[in-house]
Design a binder for this molecule. Structure first.
Ligand code: NAP
Length: 349
């Protein structure tokens, strides 16, 4: 009787162990599969930017009106700046059909033709209110491709969410262009959180995903951190591209209340604002010095990279470009990031 009871207990233990083992195996497998699926979908979306820690913005390349192209700098300076990028492994360039009324795309197209290095070129379509026909996106893309001398755009972005054509309609048209093989990835720019979510959902229904969101982000404008966009992008594996990462040059420290920028930047960065941000600039310079002589601009760009966003600084010549590239290859520590966050919060309004 005792031995029968012992056998039953043993049998139940073996069964229980087996059951537990199976449950554990099932869970590992299942969670593993889920994890793999999660990672591969995340990876798919992030693949576009793998090995890209910084890009270059080319608004100033050809733009006379805002940046003064043709005055203190021109094509020879841009050419040198471009080759500085290439020799330092920069592969991502951001332009738009409206930059210099097409001149930025033309200049970039001329330059990329001279090299064999594989690059990723992003451009943007401006949905002017009169562009309502269903062909308008493809027409704009075709013109951009011609100016750039390309047969396909790596990242095609909607520049602004202008009315009347809804965001969802633009995204369906973007998906058509991907299906036609004219565009690799889709991005949006200057969209609010609701519009970003709509764009991502439309693309998802078409078996695609929103690859990037391009917004103004730097130490003097941190709205993306609090309006839900940065969190959403992180969750969904969408890359946040930080435009005007040097606050249009102000974060290099070259402008002050005594020497404010002129032209289009004058009202945004007026004397009183420039005076207010001096404590931030002083801290940036001090932190930069502690990193072996990094400049304020390099600290500004490194801070963006530390936040997980992709800065695309603009540069008008080789010296500016070389300095901006020096923001790579090192890292601010957590206490420095915390210090910059705190001071920028105080002075940035
Ligand atoms: N999606 C959008 O709506 C949107 C809007 C704006 C920009 N963007 C993109 O973001 C890119 C970058 O933004 P951004 O050009 O407006 O501003 P930014 O990168 O913050 O500043 C660029 C300007 O700062 C100055 N600068 C740059 N590097 C410097 C250095 N190392 N030392 C001293 N001065 C330096 C130069 O102008 P000065 O020499 O004249 O000071 C340069 O043109 C654009 O090219 C564009 O691709 C997109």
């Amino acid at each position: 009787m005792v031995s029968i009871l012992c056998l039953i207990v043993l049998y139940r233990n073996i069964m229980a162990r087996d059951l537990i083992k199976r449950i554990v195996e099932y869970n590992i497998l299942n969670n593993g599969q889920e994890l793999d699926m999660m990672l591969s979908s995340q990876k798919k979306e992030n693949d576009f930017f793998s090995n890209i820690d910084m890009g270059v913005g080319t608004w100033a390349w050809g733009d006379r009106l805002y940046w003064g192209y043709g005055d203190a700098y021109g094509e020879p300076e841009i050419r040198e700046a471009f080759f500085e990028c290439i020799s330092n492994g920069i592969t991502f360039f951001d332009t738009a059909e409206v930059y210099g009324q097409g001149k930025s795309e033309i200049l970039l197209g001329k330059l990329i033709k001279t090299i064999n290095t594989p690059l990723k070129i992003a451009t943007k379509m401006m949905p002017f209110p009169w562009r309502i026909s269903s062909h308008s996106l493809k027409k704009a893309l075709t013109a951009s491709l011609k100016r750039l001398g390309l047969s396909k755009i790596d990242l095609y972005q909607m520049h602004w969410p202008l009315k009347p054509v809804p965001v969802t309609e633009w995204m369906n048209r973007m998906a058509d262009l991907v299906e036609e093989g004219l565009v690799t990835a889709v991005g949006v720019s200057n969209y609010n959180l609701g519009q970003i979510i709509s764009a991502h959902e439309v693309l998802r229904k078409r078996g695609l995903a929103l690859t990037s969101v391009q917004l103004e982000y730097h130490l003097l404008d941190r709205r993306v951190e609090t309006n839900g966009i940065m969190d959403y992008c992180r969750e969904q594996g969408i890359k946040l591209i930080a435009y005007s990462p040097l606050a249009s040059g102000v974060l290099t420290g070259k402008y002050s209340e005594k020497t404010p920028p002129r032209g289009g930047r004058a009202s945004q960065y007026n004397r009183s604002r420039l005076e207010r941000i001096q404590p931030l600039l002083r801290t940036m310079i001090r932190i930069g010095n502690e990193h072996g002589g990094k400049t304020a601009g390099q600290v500004a760009l490194n801070w963006i990279m530390c936040k997980g966003a992709l800065p695309i600084p603009g540069a008008k010549n080789i010296d500016q470009m070389a300095q901006n590239l020096g923001a790579r290859g090192w890292q601010l520590d957590e206490s420095e990031i915390g210090m910059l966050d705190e001071i920028s919060r105080k002075v940035a309004q």
